[in-house]
Design a protein around this ligand. Structure first.
Ligand code: TRP
Ligand code: MN
Length: 461
């Protein structure tokens, strides 16, 4: 990588940096982080890059999801278990619908920082630094709480390590066993239409598993039935944290530099300027990375970004995460797809139907409507089908908890009851039922694609 060092980003203009009062303390925290063990291993990130290459080629489907912002207060085993469980349920629904392997990536074990539209928040004429995620400061609107504290970077490392540890235990230790599918239901989901649909699907899978069992393939002798690969990701926003956890791969020939805070990092829509620090850092790491593309993304700028982030045009290296908003998805995505397709550059395409659809309810709560979210997903598939490109995956903000943050869906959360269980530290998340509902929608769209594809093949032959 020409002229790149793990700290070369420091020479570039940068956005979204917290203003710390004690820079010596920041430096000592960075030093401490740089000698801690990596959270993930280079080979895992490389394996994910292979999986993402399959996503780009339509041989696998990506499911990425989790909190908008993880929080220290909600960091506990039950929450991690419930998020993991909903993601697995969604994955089962998607695997069944698409007959494709589903690549599971959590917005988990490191998603603790948030870009903000303004550095200050003003309430009743009092102005304080904006809340930038638990990685930086505290959400409470008080002087002391909002003061950025570098010690929090160490806390993020510790919390991420323990989350990751539990996720690994779940993924390999029996929680993902397909023969236990029926037991995965969350109490409050039961009774809903989604729960019934899920149970039906689980029964069909159980029949298939019984057949395979009779043929000699059991969870005891076949790891694929018992385990799953589960990856982690977050927005790579605080580059000093990422730099401190960037390590040279010493084991394989490739000898690249890897971000070891997570398997995958993405660049947000607010920090993706081509000549700025975030792109500089990302271009040098060998992990699979994501790039958020909002409605302001210009097709030519996008091509230049892709070339910079993936100069060798490797499949699996770069996934574009489109977040256009339901009203604009067709109009905004089409020129990007057209330009990328014409260029021959290899990328995966993923739909984030959350961030372009955030509205303020009359009660003042930030919310998202299930109808808009679904419309964006449908629009995303529609453009891809028209362009004969690959709708590779979905990216959701969701939780396993029974929250009331997005409106609509089978439970009929409405604007009046948003306040009941509105717990998010940032953007409104789908609750478990809403997440499942979306998984069924996406599975239907994928199944439709499969049927269309089969028809085309028949027509050609
Ligand atoms: N190992 C396969 C996979 O991860 C099958 C599988 C096992 C699975 N447990 C799962 C799929 C849980 C989805 C959810 O895809
Ligand atoms: Mn968000």
């Amino acid at each position: 990588m020409i002229d790149w060092k793990i700290d070369s980003w420091r020479k570039f203009p940068i956005k979204q940096v917290p203003e710390y009062s004690d820079m010596d303390k920041v430096a000592s925290v960075e030093k401490e982080l740089s000698i801690r063990p990596p959270l993930v291993f280079a080979e895992e990130a490389r394996r994910l890059r292979k999986r993402m290459a399959d996503v780009a080629e339509g041989k696998a489907f990506l499911l990425q999801g989790g909190d908008c912002a993880e929080s220290f207060a909600e960091h506990n085993a039950n929450n991690i278990r419930d998020s993991f469980r909903v993601l697995l349920q969604m994955a089962v629904v998607l695997t069944f619908g698409s007959a494709l392997p589903v690549i599971k990536i959590g917005r988990l074990a490191g998603q603790y920082s948030k870009p903000r539209s303004s550095p200050f928040e003003v309430i009743n004429d009092v102005s304080l630094p904006s809340y930038r995620g638990d990685m930086v400061n505290d959400m409470a609107f008080e002087d002391k709480a909002r003061e950025p504290n570098p010690e929090r970077l160490l806390q993020v490392y510790d919390k991420s390590a323990s989350t990751l540890n539990l996720l690994r235990a779940f993924a390999g230790g029996g929680m993902a066993d397909l023969t236990k599918l029926h037991e995965w239901n969350l109490e409050f989901v039961s009774g809903t239409n989604e729960a019934i649909k899920y149970k039906e699907l689980a029964s069909q899978i159980t029949s298939a598993l019984e057949f395979m069992n009779a043929c000699g393939m059991t969870p005891e002798n076949t790891a694929q039935l018992r385990e799953t690969e589960f990856y982690t990701s977050h927005e790579g926003l605080l580059l000093n944290y990422e730099e401190a956890l960037t390590r040279k791969d010493t084991i394989t020939e490739e000898k690249g530099w890897f971000a070891t805070s997570a398997h995958m990092l993405w660049v947000g829509d607010r920090t993706r300027s081509i000549d700025e620090a975030h792109i500089e850092y990302m271009r040098g790491i060998a992990n699979p990375i994501g790039l958020k593309c909002g409605p302001s993304t210009d097709p030519d700028d996008l091509l230049r970004l892709i070339e910079k982030l993936n100069p060798l045009n490797q499949a699996g290296r770069l996934t574009l995460i489109a977040r256009m908003g339901s009203a604009d998805v067709y109009k905004k995505l089409k020129p990007l797809l057209t330009a990328v397709k014409k260029s021959g550059l290899i990328v995966g395409w993923c739909c984030d139907p959350m961030h372009g659809n955030t509205v303020k309810a009359s009660s003042g709560f930030k919310t998202r409507k299930m109808d808009d979210i679904m419309a964006e997903v449908r629009g995303f598939f529609e453009v891809h089908n028209e362009m004969h490109t690959v709708p590779g995956g979905v990216h959701f903000e969701m939780t396993g908890q029974n929250v009331t943050e997005c409106v609509g869906g089978v439970y009929e959360v409405n604007e009046a009851n948003l306040a009941d269980r509105y717990h998010t530290h940032c953007d409104p998340r789908l609750n478990a039922t809403q997440s499942l509902e979306l998984a069924f929608l996406v599975a239907d769209l994928l199944a439709e694609n499969r049927t269309n594809l089969a028809k085309k093949i028949v027509a050609v032959s």
